[in-house]
Design a protein. Structure first.
Length: 289
């Protein structure tokens, strides 16, 4: 298992226990994290693969693990796995990888830009912070098209994954120096793991931002339009459980998240001098006072 944050996978183990997969009884878990992957992701992936686990749960970077093995089952959370070339189709992955896609298609980027503009009508130059891998697998073109459609200039700042507080902080600082008056954070598990430091860096820059991770709003972020994390973990756990019971990942459909919720932090809005429109408040599932 390749992990980034204890809080990020706590729900996974709760759901695995519910399914009968209990660590220390019938489940052995080998944990790997950033401290074991200082500079060479490929060598790190090779190390994990040599252990020959029954299944690997991988967050980032997925691509290096796929290159290392075509036999060991991999469960992961990604954007569009078809566009990335990870699977043949969502319904029939066809290889050794399955999981959950949190990419609702190109329209999700336009929705987040529209929500941020409703919160901050003066937005004209949007800084987009993204992992290089996800940006280069089609997401970048979709974000650019969404920004062009509403007449917003786009400045993309790319981070090598896995990132850390420094790499995300530097990307946010570059966006600010380049004149971005608003920021959109793209979603990946690495962003969730670094959400607190990301929110702090954005607060220091005093720039309105929209996140793709609901936990960012709890950490002080202005707003988020995000998938239901509990739904994601239930699907991931179900996939791991199915594989441990003998199912072939090639035959386990990749799941596409369908539920997204708006969260708003009123304290952060006040700190930025923003008056939250009543229309946004009425449509928010969660409001942090």
């Amino acid at each position: 298992m390749y992990e980034n944050s204890e809080s990020f996978y706590r729900l996974l183990f709760t759901e695995l226990r519910r399914l009968g997969q209990i660590e220390g009884q019938n489940l052995t878990v080998e944990r790997y994290g950033k401290e074991q992957n200082p500079s060479d992701p490929a060598a790190f992936a090779a190390q994990v693969v040599r252990g020959n686990p029954d299944v690997m749960y991988v967050l980032v970077p997925v691509s290096v693990f796929i290159k290392e093995t075509s036999k060991i089952p991999i469960v992961t959370i990604t954007g569009d796995p078809v566009a990335a070339g990870y699977v043949q189709s969502m319904a029939h992955p066809g290889g050794n990888i399955t999981g959950v896609s949190v990419d609702a298609g190109p329209s999700i980027h336009g929705k987040r830009i529209a929500l941020l503009r409703e919160m901050f009508p003066a937005m004209s130059k949007l800084g987009c912070i993204a992992g290089r891998v996800q940006w280069e697998t089609g997401v970048g073109a979709a974000v650019r098209a969404a920004a062009d459609a509403v007449g917003v200039s786009l400045i993309n700042q790319l981070v090598e994954l896995p990132g850390n507080a420094t790499t995300y902080g530097n990307a946010i600082a570059r966006a600010s120096r380049d004149g971005s008056d608003a920021i959109m954070m793209l979603d990946n598990p690495d962003v969730y793991a670094n959400r607190v430091s990301i929110v702090q860096s954005i607060a220091e820059a005093r720039i309105p931002a929209i996140h793709a991770i609901a936990g960012a709003v709890d950490a002080g972020g202005l707003m988020a339009y995000a998938f239901d994390l509990k739904e994601v973990w239930k699907r991931v756990a179900a996939n791991i459980d199915a594989i441990l019971r003998g199912s072939n990942p090639a035959d386990i459909p990749y799941y596409q998240v369908s539920k997204f919720e708006l969260s708003i932090n009123l304290k952060t809005a006040r700190a930025l001098g923003l008056a939250v429109p009543t229309t946004l408040l009425a449509s928010a599932e969660k409001v942090v006072e």
